[in-house]
Design a protein around this ligand. Structure first.
Ligand SMILES: [Cu+2]
Length: 67
């Protein structure tokens, strides 16, 4: 389980974009996005660098790992 703190998500559309980006970078992983806290949880096999790049390519900023 990896948890990232992502800045720039403001609505349900952003949540969907991030979910899509992470799913594309980590096929088979389960993605949970908490819009309020800006936390993106990824459950399953995922390469952190690939996931971070995918989120940033989608237009959001990964600001760190969530506790
Ligand atoms: Cu949005």
């Amino acid at each position: 389980m990896m948890k990232l703190k992502v800045a720039g998500m403001t609505c349900g559309g952003c949540v969907k974009s991030v979910e899509r980006a992470v799913t594309a970078a980590a096929p088979g992983a389960r993605v949970t996005v908490d819009l309020e806290s800006g936390e993106v949880a990824i459950d399953g096999a995922a390469a952190k660098q690939a996931v971070v790049s995918a989120i940033e390519d989608a237009g959001y900023d990964v600001v760190g790992e969530a506790a």
